[in-house]
Design a protein around this ligand. Structure first.
Ligand SMILES: Nc1ncnc2c1ncn2[C@@H]1O[C@H](COP(=O)(O)OP(=O)(O)OP(=O)(O)O)[C@@H](O)[C@H]1O
Length: 269
């Protein structure tokens, strides 16, 4: 089957910020394929290159070497088969929740009434019925994330790219949002590339967890199929003995890299 997303032998080298004559290889020779409908999380120590990989998949960053394909088609510019959700707030403060949700449809030229109808439908699906005329500053952090989620999913992308979308939320809100994402995902089964620091979140959500090494020259050092039954409740599944077992196995690979990453961050300060 043709993967929804193929990253083949990707390397990303940047000019060093501290010394323009030096180069820094953030990602080296990384291959990652995601099947249609597959939920894959990538975990790794801080600063290792997770966002760099996601930006490559999004077509926002051209790799220094390697190839990127969406459903077998080489990527030229922005990945139009993908929708994104980033860590930082991407809502437009001057637009209401509804206007934010339908922004992408309007950019695509959809008729205003049809876009409004779909927007209301999506607001209801993410639990924000009746909040369409609120502005982002009138919503809680969790509600703003729901708007951002609706804004991404309303475009019905075949690939969903998420970069630590819930890291700013408190643990309860975060778990609610994670369950909502799983519900929405299971209804449509799109390919997901989910970047996170949080191993519990990665295991609870995914079909597969890929572990990256500490930088420089980050690359995958482990890959684990997550055979926990679905549907899952992200809070309850943490008590499953298989979850505990998988956590122990993956942490056994990740731990050393986290320590290396931490030492490197300290050395930079
Ligand atoms: N445009 C750039 N120019 C120079 N260096 C960069 C650039 N983008 C990223 N880097 C470097 O590449 C490395 C990987 O960064 P990246 O943001 O991908 O890591 P990350 O794993 O997502 O980090 P975090 O876990 O903290 O979010 C870092 O050392 C970063 O400083």
């Amino acid at each position: 089957m043709t993967p929804a997303l193929s990253l083949d032998n990707i390397s990303c080298t940047f000019v060093s910020k501290d010394d323009r004559t030096q180069r820094y290889t953030a990602v080296a020779d990384t291959t990652l394929h995601i099947a249609p409908g597959e939920f894959v999380s990538v975990v790794g120590p801080t600063g290792c290159g997770k966002s760099t990989l996601l930006n490559v998949a999004a077509g926002l960053l051209a790799p220094s070497a390697g190839s990127v394909k969406a459903f077998g088609e080489p990527l030229a510019g922005v990945n139009r088969r993908a929708g994104y959700m980033f860590q930082s707030e991407a809502l437009m403060p001057w637009r209401s929740a509804l206007q934010n949700v339908i922004a992408g449809l309007q950019f695509r030229g959809m008729d205003a009434r049809e876009a409004g109808r779909l927007g209301q439908d999506w607001l209801a699906r993410v639990g924000l019925q009746g909040f369409g005329d609120r502005y982002p500053h009138q919503l809680s952090g969790g509600m703003r994330k729901r708007v951002a989620l609706a804004q991404t999913l309303i475009l019905d992308p075949d690939i969903i790219l998420m970069d630590e979308p819930f890291s700013s939320l408190d643990i309860q809100t975060r778990q609610l949002m994670e369950n909502e994402v799983l519900d929405l995902w299971s209804a449509k089964k799109k390919a997901v590339l989910f970047i996170t620091h949080d191993l519990d979140e990665a295991i609870a959500m995914s079909d597969r967890v890929v572990v990256l090494s500490a930088g420089p020259a980050t690359h995958p050092i482990g890959e684990f199929g997550i055979d926990l039954a679905r549907p899952r409740d992200v809070a309850e599944v943490r008590g499953d003995p298989r979850f505990v077992d998988l956590h122990r196995q993956i942490w056994g690979v990740l731990r050393e890299e986290v320590l290396k990453g931490y030492q490197q961050q300290k050395a930079r300060v």
